[in-house]
Structure formats: C-alpha cells, structure tokens
Ligand binder design. Sequence first.
Ligand SMILES: *Cc1c(COP(=O)(O)O)cnc(C)c1O
Length: 424
Amino acid sequence: MKEIYQQLGIDERVFAYGQQFEEKLKERFQQIDQTAEYNQLKVIKAMQMHKVSAECFMGSNGYGYNDLGRDTLEEVYAECFRGEAALVRPQITCGTHALALALLSNLRPGDELLSPVGKPYDTLEEVIGIRPSDGSLAEYGISYRQVDLLADGGFDYENIKKAIHEKTKLVTIQRSKGYQTRPTFSVAQIGELISFIKNIKPDIICMVDNCYGEFVEKKEPLEVGADMMVGSLIKNPGGGLAPIGGYIVGKKECVDHAAYRLTSPGLGKEVGASLGVIQSFYQGLFLAPTVTAAALKSAIFAANIYESLGFPVIPNSWESRHDIIQAVTLKSKEALIAFCKGIQAAAPVDSHVVPEPWAMPGYDDEVIMAAGAFVQGSSIELSADGPLREPFAVYFQGGLTWYHGKLGILMSLQKLYEAGLVNL
Ligand SMILES: *Cc1c(COP(=O)(O)O)cnc(C)c1O
C-alpha cells in the first residue's frame, strides 16, 4: 500500500500520519456505513415500488409529453424523500435556480418571506432582493424578514414568534451552514423549529434548503414536517453522475406551483423533455447514499488530521455531521495555496493543472479553487476553495469514493509538509 501511495507522490511519513487516524475512526466510519446501508435500501425500495424499468431510460425530445422516465423518476424522488410529489428536471439549472423557483412560484405580491435562521446562502440575497437585483422577490412586492440565530447558534424563538404575522406566507430554513461559521442543523432540530412555527401559524409553508444535506442522515426534512425541500443534482442526490439538474419535493400543491412557473401556466409538469440525461439521474440517485458516505468520511478524516496539527476546523474532529462541508482554517496564504494544490494534484481529471489565486466576479479578495471533476463545478466531487484573506480558511467538500477523498487529503498534507508548513 505504501508503495502505491509513494508512486502517487505521498511520502512514507505522510502516509503513516494518515493511517493512525484511519484506525482511530473505524467505529465512526461504521456508523456512516450503516446510514448509507439504510439509505441505499430506501432508494432501492422506492425504485422497485414505482417499477423502474429499461423503458424509463429512453428519454424524450421536443415537448416531452408522456415521458415515462421523467414521470417515474419524480415518483421515485417523492417516495424516497417522503413527499406527495416531486419536480426533478434537467431544466432546473442549479441549486439557486431550484430555490428561486420554489420561492417565486409559492409567493404572491403582498406576501412575506421569513428566514428564522439568519442570512441565507449568498446567491439567495439577489433572489430575495436583499441586494437589489433584476427579477427579485422584492420587485414583485414580496417582503422579507430575517431573524438571526442566537450567539450560541440556537434558534431565537422569542423573536421568531414576534416576526410571524398575517402576511408571513413562507419560511425558508437553510440546513447547511454553507460558507458561514454557524452550525449546520440536524433534521431533528429543523423539525423542532417547524413545529414551533406551525404552532403559531399552521398554514405557513416551511421550505428547507437541503443542499449538501441529502442522505447524511436516515431522515430528511419532509419527515419532520417540512412542506418542501429543495436541492441540486450536482451535489449529493445526483451521486456524481447527474450532469445537471435540481429538485423540489414536497406537498403536491407546492410542487405544482413550481412546475407551472418552471414551464408555463397550464402546462406544468406535462412538458419538459428529459433528453439523454435521465439514466444518469436514476443511476446517480442509486449511488448517492454511498457517495455521500464517502464525502462524509473524507470530511471527518480531514478534520481529524488538520485539528491534530493545530489548525481550527469546523465542524471539529468529533462532532456529529449534518452536511458534507468541512472548513479548515489554515492561517497563512502559503498553507491555503499548498492545500488546494494538493487536492488538485490528487484529482482523476486535470491533475496536471496547478491552481493559482485569481480575482473572481463577486468577490473582494482573490480566490483559489481546486477541482478536477468529471462534471464542471460539481461539489459532490472532491473540491476545495477559499478566499485569500484572514484567517485563510479553505472549504473542502466531496469525494465520490472514500479512497479518492483520502488521497486528496494526504496529498494536501504532502504539499504542506514539503513546503515546511507542518511538522509530522
Ligand atoms: C450550493 C448551495 C446553494 C446553491 O446551489 P448552486 O447549485 O450553487 O446554485 C444554495 N444553498 C446552499 C446551502 C448550498 O450549499
């Protein structure tokens, strides 16, 4: 084993350093495998119940009327995630699009949107109109209110109660911390928040931004009272195979609203050809539980290694996980660059490319990104990025297989070691 790692550029010393953590994490990895096993069976059961067959993979073109594969896949998603209906489409271009669709279709002028979990994901600021933007909810006369989390990351129930009034139509709950430092919520915590809100106003639509959360736990947000959950297919549920796409699952009425907005009033779910991508949606969903487990193991492995070397990590080495993102504070520009170079060098695609910090639209500081992915921008594949500013934190996620995740992290450590930035 040592030799093959050496052939890939990992020193004996770096390899040995990693091995001790793998030993230590055995029990934890077993628990992750158990969740994956449960979720794998959940997916298979849904596919069997809805009689997935070879005809489902044929795809359609043009209007896409009577697309058996598309319609059956939506039934499978609804079953698997415990919704009444689902919209799972290649015409939904990304996670932000899926979220915008869910919001713009379920809110009407005069309604108010509430985020009881603080600031939403960056790209949603323009969807909502927190930052003025063409076509935002604000332009349509939909107001927005936000209740920040308490200093300890908990829900501010008192102010949430005060923020709910007769116009509050929809509540958006972001499960993953995204690129913030607050904790990611467990499905159980999300359930408590939803019960509290529904107790005050039962007809509020509770939407969960489920990006990066799918299959991390045995339960998903619809099982604890959410009306809609929304995500991207180039994250967890696409299993690394879906080349594009987003989903909305939940109450039939909410999903129908979204379908009429995605295509057209009167047409809804009836149109939208699945073209040639539908088989990858099925196969990706089938693989998603084990792919998510691989990404989780990689994140935990990274947290353990870097925490032991004195770098602050969020989440830390032992806390429970509710999404696949790992932040590591590398404390210097040199370490951040070395880390990203390691992740890139371990990739199956573009390993010969060396990432460099660069100015990016929408960012004040230069950003460095490492990704050698089969699907462009896929963040269920091993990837890392970070802005070049204090405290030089890298956000690391993905790994289609645990062995690739492990190689990536060892390679990042190798680069830091070679540059004399860590002592092993
Ligand atoms: C990734 C992500 C989004 C947006 O998804 P894109 O596919 O990048 O548009 C929204 N919310 C959260 C929490 C995310 O992680």
